[in-house]
Design a protein around this ligand. Structure first.
Ligand code: ADP
Ligand code: GLC
Length: 485
């Protein structure tokens, strides 16, 4: 019998995306179909979402949801079955992104917006929709984590809840003063509930109440149970014992397919790597790079401390001095944007920077450069190293989290065995990054090595096959446990 899952997320590709969460929330439901799992995804009906979908049907309404009227819209699109929370006061038109304004400040009512999303998820889990009942709820990140609290204190408290943590750095911490407005019983404000260091912690609450916690790679699952990576939650995570799982993300291999990618200037496969030069030319034009023989490196990233962008800024002179060129596509911290633009101005023709969010350009870069730099300080999973490998772009990445789990370092043993797919270096060290860039340039010029690395990466299977099977097995074990309880 099909298992019905309600997935609760604040982003979903191709409708709204700020990072990898959207990719996962968009691809996992499709991969789960083959395992007999039917997913309905609940997300806010932001204006950009409403613009992209066709006609949607109202299936439920609220006279007053956290201060305003709201509707649940149902629509099928891109192989996904969606429930959109249409609440003009919470998710209607604003100057900015899904979480904050144009100057990067979080919206002051985020606590209310994402409590509402979670409360609605619990309503749906309790049977608010005619003719559709979820067997299990799967919440993503802090924005949906309160779902676990609302389910536990709601009308169907036995419904299993799975929480996937995509990034422990984003916790949704708010002042204790919001608690009365959340509509939870007073008993929920405790160390075993939503209380967190004298305030309310949304992610903390989810970690506390969820039946299972998944994070997006086995190494990150180990790391977050240590003080160095636990961001204050390592004790709680250790206390959850076997409920914590590490399942590495897959990628959507149809969306990211170099042989049929509409965003590329030239499609290619393992047997026609030469065609990549068409993408290279397009990039040289777009980024104003001079033609050259040496390797072209890329960065495609949120420009933040997590991603080690300061280390890249420090390494650019080294990279250029050793014959490399660099293209950067990213947005975020304005100090990093400024430093990268200044580097491009110093090295005109060798470094090009686009400070924007541009999905088609991200594809073209993966299809045209030689290597992608990912010196993250921590990385729950990371997707750009997976897209890179599928597109013949060699990842040069910090040995942490999912990067350590999805890249085989080109050390002597791996080179001899013919299984290397990238280069790993110590995290948090500018010197280690520079040494890795030098090592990459040497491998680039060594006869036959670079194309072998490319092919090994392209042969690897980074689709959702195995990981979606693990999600499905976990769902079933929780639903069975619930049925026999
Ligand atoms: P995170 O979710 O922490 O940002 P991931 O590597 O998991 O990191 O996912 C990042 C996703 O966002 C990838 O799909 C990547 O291609 C995309 N991305 C990041 N920055 C940009 C950008 N400036 N333009 C287009 N895509 C971007
Ligand atoms: C987060 C993490 C990233 C991960 C993505 C999808 O944004 O920072 O490492 O790949 O979520 O799970």
């Amino acid at each position: 019998m099909a298992l019905r899952v309600l997935s609760v997320t604040s982003e979903l590709h191709p409708l709204v995306k700020t990072g990898g969460l959207a990719d996962v929330a968009g691809a996992l439901p499709i991969a789960l179909v083959q395992h007999g799992v039917e997913t309905r995804s609940l997300l806010p009906a932001y204006p950009q979402v409403l613009r992209k979908i066709g006609r949607a049907k109202a299936v439920h309404s609220y006279k007053a949801l956290f201060g305003g009227p709201a509707k649940l819209l149902s629509v099928q699109t891109n192989g996904l079955d969606l429930l959109l929370l249409d609440s003009p006061s919470l998710f209607g038109s604003r100057e900015g992104g899904p979480y904050g304004d144009l100057s990067g400040h979080d919206y002051a009512d985020n606590w209310r917006r994402f409590a509402a999303l979670s409360a609605v998820a619990a309503d749906v889990a309790a049977g608010a929709l005619k003719g559709w009942q979820a067997d299990l709820v799967h919440a993503h990140d802090w924005q949906a984590a309160m779902t676990a609290a609302y389910v536990r204190h709601g009308r169907a408290p036995q419904t299993p809840v799975v929480l996937t943590v995509h990034n422990l750095a984003f916790q949704g911490r708010f002042d204790a003063g919001i608690f009365p407005a959340l509509g939870l019983p007073q008993s929920a404000y405790s160390v075993d509930g939503v209380e967190y260091y004298g305030g309310v912690g949304y992610l903390k609450a989810g970690l506390q109440y969820a039946d299972a916690i998944i994070t997006v790679s086995p190494t990150y699952a180990d790391e977050i149970r240590t003080p160095a990576f636990g961001m204050g939650l390592d004790g709680l995570l250790r206390g959850r014992g076997d409920a914590v799982h590490g399942i590495v993300n897959g990628i959507d291999t149809a969306e990211w397919n170099p042989a049929a990618d509409p965003h590329l200037a030239a499609a290619f496969s393992m047997r026609s790597l030469g065609a990549r030069s068409g993408n290279r030319r397009a990039l040289e034009k777009r980024f104003g790079l001079k033609r050259g023989k040496g390797p072209v490196f890329a960065v495609i990233s949120r420009l933040t401390w997590q991603k080690g962008i300061d280390l890249i800024v420090d390494a650019v002179e080294h990279l250029v001095a050793h014959g490399g060129r660099l293209v950067v596509l990213g947005s975020g911290d304005s100090a990093f944007e400024g430093a990268l633009l200044a580097a491009a101005a110093r090295h005109r023709g060798l470094i090009g920077v686009v400070t924007a969010y541009d999905e088609p350009l991200a594809h073209l870069i993966q299809g045209g450069v030689d290597a992608i730099l990912i010196p993250s300080r921590f990385e729950p999973c990371g997707l750009t190293q997976l897209y890179g490998q599928r597109y013949g772009t060699i990842p040069i990445a910090a040995r942490t989290g999912g990067l350590a789990d999805t890249i085989v370092d080109a050390n002597d043993a791996a080179l001899t065995a013919g299984c290397a797919t990238g280069l790993l270096h110590d995290p948090n060290s500018g010197e280690a990054l520079k040494a890795a860039i030098s090592r990459a340039i040497a491998l680039y010029w060594a006869p036959g090595v670079w194309s072998a690395l490319r092919k090994q990466g392209m042969r690897a299977d980074y689709g959702w096959g195995r990981s979606s099977a693990r999600y499905a097995a976990l769902y079933r074990s929780l639903v069975d446990r619930n049925r026999t309880a």
